[in-house]
Design a protein around this ligand. Sequence first.
Ligand code: SF4
Length: 372
Amino acid sequence: MKYVDEYRDRKMAEKLAAEIRRTVTKPWAIMEVCGGQTHSIVKYGIDYLLPTEVELVHGPGCPVCVTPLQMIDRAHAIARQPHVIFCSFGDMLRVPGSTGDLFQVKAAGADVRIVYSPLDCLKIAAANPSKQVVFFAIGFETTAPANAMAVWQARQQGIRNFSVLVSHVLVPPAIAGILDSPDNRVQAFLGPGHVCAVMGYREYEPIAARYSTPIVITGFEPLDLLEGTLMAVRQLEQRRAEVENQYGRAVNPDGNTDAQRMIRRVFEVCDRGWRGIGLIPLSGYRLNDEFGDYDAERVFDLAPINSPEPSACISGQVLKGLKKPHDCPAFGKECTPQSPFGATMVSAEGACAAYYNYGRHLVALSSPAGRS
Ligand code: SF4
């Protein structure tokens, strides 16, 4: 397949791994930010190819995983209301709230539907004028343009029975939050290729400079990840701390300025809670006042919901790169994709699900992924 197979070439992968081995002289911990990158690393065994000095730790870049439990419970409370059609991407339906998941809410009689685009909701709203159609708008900067477009289109088309429950999060404040944490051990980042395709990478430059931390914007295929790791190791060994772009075939410094304009038109930056991490200032989007009528939090006057995280789940430490999934006593035992405790076991991009799906619960803790 053109444009994919080229980035999975075994010989090139071995060459890059050999170059990393030649370059490294001391231990380094490098965080891949995106859940998609984590999945590729585990699926293709990239971490097994690396020398023992280079540890890849998994970051918070899985949007389903970092959506707070409280927000999931809010979604369930809205979906249970009789006049509501609640729409979401499929992976949110299995994420456990305090009392079950959206599939169970649906089984109890709620009208919960899977959509493939937020724009699908506008058609549903037009076809069901007596219902309030709510879309669960989660994700990083990557999904924000389409969600903003749906709200903007709803206003353009005069659709009033549509709203969005927004839980958007932003990558740069999360990277800064990890670096500010007193227990941080991350020394370089493989930056989020898909987010930077939308946003560019200029906003990462002050972070790299302020924290003296290399950030290499990196793609998702095995050769992308190995090359990004090599670029990060070179910077660390040479005591450089710059933003470099490994993913030049998709990312330019300024990103997609049309998409950014659409985001700015509809959303504004706000403080946002991250599941397992807590509140990070200025780390999310919410609808601005001009589009407030489309905000499900205003349409539905819900009582405050306080949802404590299950104590057995250490996904917060997994999301900050402090622990690996198999450091969790429940991993692969009480907690599996069939009966997940936490969102990192549910989401297709979650680190716990990746470790489980690719058999890491069957390997000894002395594996590369077991280093910590
Ligand atoms: S294995 Fe399950 S319980 Fe443990 S951190 Fe992952 S999601 Fe949470």
